[in-house]
Design a binder for this molecule. Structure first.
Ligand SMILES: Cc1ncc(COP(=O)(O)O)c(C=O)c1O
Length: 400
């Protein structure tokens, strides 16, 4: 039984029959045109509805979506720096492959985290352009933004930090990030690659009731095929067509004067909006992950969390079970994790023991403590109960 669901791609489950049928039909009718197809419009309209967006662009992965959204933010504001949160993963381009899981000795002060490369081959100039803040610390965030007043093009945040287990925002945190982004003239980018169409019909944007300027999407919106998208406010997104004239009346934000005379932000890609991904997206969102799918997804996730928590309590395991919507995990540390620095206190040996115990009994969880299970529309309560029973056996054996 699969609970990793391909790093959260498969909220629709594996090879959903409706998806398989739609893809077979599409394959027989052309797989690539590099012109928009009808499904591009249908999918864009669906994403606009769900995320309260005016305009949508398609790409092929979450990495491309966040990379393009950041370029749009830079083009819109004429600024170069971006701000990300420590422990946040936003794909594998240089702007964001920074301070993902930095080693203790190089991560810097808690109130002024260093920008630590997560890869070799990172130009120093990139490190200087990505400012890092701790998640869930609005006061510190405010101070860091003050230190970089007028420099930050965009703030990128995963509304729930789903790449260090499950770390929800404290009440009011996302609202404060929204206020601060507006006050500092920075574009607020929600990385909804994992949360979008999974936490709720309208993703984290709907779940938390906070509206970003751009939402980045990928993974589950395509039901299991490669896809990416970013959806946002018209004024911001339209820099892909034209950078507004900063002298024009009614333009309130300080817009860029692009060196070299570029008049728009490039958004490119041969396979952007390709017919296969578009067909997959339309059937996934209009026939599988429909609004009425979410109550059952949430109920199964709550059942799994409650079952694991009961086993933890019964056998005194140092940890807690947590879910936000259909995504959750057991965090093997007694105290609640609120940011990356708490997360590194997790008991890795205990996590490994649980992973292999369950895997050897037919329950496949994500292959690292930084990821989490995703409940899909194809899971059943019986499968949830078997997962819980196996976890309970693990806890019992451990307690001896
Ligand atoms: C929050 C988040 N953003 C972006 C990405 C990058 O997406 P992709 O692997 O499709 O490039 C991921 C991938 O795991 C992710 O979890």
């Amino acid at each position: 039984m699969h609970f990793d669901m391909a790093f959260g791609v498969l909220a629709a489950g594996h090879s959903h029959p409706l998806l398989a049928e739609a893809l077979q039909r599409r394959v027989a009718n052309g797989t690539c045109y590099t012109f928009p197809v009808e499904d591009s419009i249908l999918l864009a309209e669906e994403l606009k509805r769900r995320f309260g967006a005016d305009l949508v662009r398609f790409s092929n992965s979450g990495t491309e979506a966040t990379m393009d959204a950041i370029r749009v933010a830079r083009g819109f504001t004429g600024r170069e720096k971006i701000l990300k949160f420590e422990g946040g993963y936003h794909g594998h381009h240089d702007d964001v492959l920074i301070s993902i899981q930095p080693p203790r000795e190089s991560m810097g002060r808690p109130d002024a985290p260093d920008s630590v490369p997560a890869t070799a081959g990172m130009p120093a100039s990139r490190l200087a352009e990505t400012i890092v803040a701790p998640f869930n610390e609005p006061e510190i965030l405010g101070g860091i933004l003050d230190d970089h007043r007028g420099e930050i093009a965009g703030i990128i945040v995963e509304p729930v930090q789903f790449n260090i287990g499950v770390v929800p925002p404290k009440p009011g945190f996302l609202e404060r990030v929204r206020e601060l982004a507006t006050a500092h003239g920075a574009v607020l980018i929600f990385d909804e690659v994992k949360t979008g169409v999974v936490l709720a019909y309208g993703g984290a944007t709907e779940y938390f009731g906070v509206q970003p300027d751009i939402a980045c999407l990928a993974k589950s919106i395509g039901g299991g095929v490669p896809i990416g998208a970013f959806a946002g406010r018209g004024e911001v997104m339209s820099v892909i067509e034209r950078i507004p004239d900063r002298e024009a009346p009614g333009v309130g934000v300080e817009h860029s004067t692009i060196p070299g005379g570029a008049t728009r932000v490039a958004h490119l890609g041969t396979f952007n909006g390709n017919p296969l991904s578009m067909a997959a997206g339309v059937v996934t969102l209009t026939r599988i992950l429909t609004r009425d799918a979410y109550p059952q997804l949430n109920a199964m996730a709550e059942r799994l969390t409650a079952g694991c928590q009961a086993a933890i309590d019964e056998f005194g395991l140092p940890g807690y079970a947590i879910n936000v919507g259909p995504k959750g995990c057991v965090m093997f540390t007694p105290a609640r994790v609120t940011n990356y620095r708490d997360f590194i206190g997790l008991d890795g040996e205990l996590w490994s023991a649980a992973f292999f115990y369950l895997a050897n009994r037919g329950i496949l969880l994500p292959p690292g403590p930084d990821d989490q299970w995703t409940v899909s529309v194809q899971h059943t309560n019986e499968e949830i109960d078997r997962h819980v029973a196996t976890f309970r056996e693990f806890a019992q054996e451990l307690a001896g």
